[in-house]
Design a protein around this ligand. Structure first.
Ligand SMILES: Cc1ncc(COP(=O)(O)O)c(C=O)c1O
Length: 477
């Protein structure tokens, strides 16, 4: 008899995409960063507590653990100045998140979350066959307070500081959500020990708030799986109804109590990681010019740029120019184009300009924090190009460049103007291109492409002095 368990399974389970946990490489030699684990060991008190709990012969393991993890709940409550009724502990904070979604989400009651954020959320909602409601961040990563409050979700999962961006949200903003949101707001504070602020003080005023913490990150105990929820006793009561009866094992309970008791150890880890984080941020945004969000977590979200160009347009001279453009602007560029090059190169060059302009426009998003203006003067042997650009939304091209000879083999360098026009139109850029002087057509085209790349590099960088504001007095570009 053929047995097909998938056809017997509930339809929503059969089509579920499982969560893919971060790779845990088996072989040594990795500096492992992918799951934001702690690079330092836990407090030495943890190993002592584990040895004590196991004893000489593992005798204690015969017995089930404390089913409610009462001593651990008490330790968590003491640490945060709350009562034991405000605490539920879980097999990692994933367990807690799962319990919350199990209590508050199904086909009729949506679980909401911002995007991007922790990729487990849609999976645990999917396990419930639950509706989901996602709210996309704008590029500035500010908390969309009004949109969350009006989301209609029964439960909203907010990662703060957010993963993967590291952006932290102020208590003023979180309280803004709590004031108008009729559902349960879960603030997943997996990374809060690294942040300047946390939402725990808001619990006293807001019974619809749950704060979720983990010992996997700052306490360096990812291997033991301990997390907890802090909330109104009625919410905790619901979690206790649906959780596994012995959801935290004996060793993890003992180790967690020891770790929580060693706050100086935690503080030392946190200050080391914050110092490394802030040093990397300064280096990456400053010296390297990589776009990097300010982080309140133990990781940084960055876009390394090395100017690698993979260009194939079917026009070899144009490929050469675009590769230079990528290298000199530090724009990692992949271009593949196929056009009617049997007729001539006009359409291909123009269309690549349009698509590239569109790609720049999308990459710049709302343009918050960018420099907006850039200019450069670039010598290329006897040729000198001068270019100024404003990526503020006005598509105007002023182009003054002609050379005594316009052809490099069969490529007419007059097409560089068509490229610039298409690029300026699609990006919405005011582009002034001037060849101050120059004769050799290859040098002339190369000077213009390199100069354009360098000017755009400046215009598209984040200005660290004004990274939160739009570079316009009109409030709109
Ligand atoms: C935002 C967020 N919440 C929760 C977790 C899970 O933590 P735990 O190890 O306690 O299950 C992670 C793990 O990466 C996370 O990034």
């Amino acid at each position: 008899m053929d047995f097909d368990p998938t056809s017997l399974a509930l339809p929503h389970v059969a089509k579920l995409h499982p969560y893919t946990p971060g790779l845990q490489p088996g072989e040594p030699g990795w500096v492992k960063l992918n799951t934001n684990e702690c690079p330092y060991p836990p407090s030495p008190r943890v190993a002592e507590a584990l040895r004590r709990e196991i004893g000489e012969d593992g005798e204690s393991l015969r017995l089930y653990p404390n089913p409610r993890s009462v001593p651990l709940r008490a330790a968590v409550a003491r640490l945060h100045g709350l009562s034991e009724e405000n605490v539920c502990v879980g097999n990692g904070s994933d367990d807690i998140l799962n319990l919350l979604v199990r209590c508050f989400c199904d086909t009729g009651a949506a679980a909401g979350f911002t995007w991007p954020s922790y990729s487990l959320y849609p999976v645990i909602a999917g396990i419930q066959d639950g509706r989901v409601c996602t709210i996309d961040f704008e590029r500035d990563m500010r908390l969309p307070v009004g949109r969350i409050a009006a989301s209609g979700a029964r439960i909203f999962l907010l990662t703060s500081p957010n993963a993967p961006t590291g952006a932290g949200f102020s208590n003023a903003d979180i309280e803004g959500v709590l004031r108008d949101f009729p559902g349960l707001l879960v603030v997943d504070e997996a990374y809060a020990p690294f942040a300047d602020e946390n939402a725990i003080p808001l619990l006293a005023r807001h019974p619809n708030l749950v704060v979720v913490r983990t010992l996997s990150k700052a306490y360096a105990l990812a291997g033991l799986r301990v997390g907890y929820a802090l909330a109104h006793p009625d919410v905790i009561g619901l979690l206790d109804r649906v959780r596994d009866s012995y959801n935290v094992n004996r060793l993890s309970q003992a180790a967690a109590i020891a770790a929580l008791a060693d706050q100086p150890w935690l503080d030392a880890i946190v200050s080391r990681i914050r110092a490394t984080r802030d040093r990397c941020l300064a280096d990456w945004t400053g010296r390297r010019g990589w776009f990097t969000y300010r982080s309140q977590a133990n990781f940084l979200f960055t876009e390394p740029r090395d100017g690698a160009g993979k260009v194939d347009t079917g026009v070899s001279f144009f490929d050469h120019m675009l590769t230079l453009f990528a290298k000199h602007g530090l724009f990692d560029l992949t271009v593949k184009a196929r056009g009617d090059t049997d007729v001539d190169y006009h359409h291909t060059v123009e269309d690549v300009g349009l698509v590239l302009g569109q790609a720049f426009k999308e990459a710049l998003g709302d343009k918050v924090g960018i420099r907006r203006y850039g200019f450069f003067i670039l010598p290329m042997d006897e040729a000198l190009a001068r270019i100024a650009v404003d990526v503020g939304g006005r598509p105007v091209l002023v182009y003054e460049a002609s050379a005594p000879t316009m052809f490099v083999r069969d490529f007419n360098i007059g097409l560089v103007k068509e490229f610039c026009r298409a690029f300026s139109n699609a990006l919405g850029a005011n582009l002034h291109v001037q060849l101050v002087y120059g004769e050799e057509p290859h040098h002339v085209a190369e000077a213009i492409f390199k100069c354009l790349a360098r000017a755009l590099d400046v215009a598209t960088q984040i200005d660290p002095r004004a990274s939160d504001s739009l570079p316009s007095t009109k409030g709109l570009i």
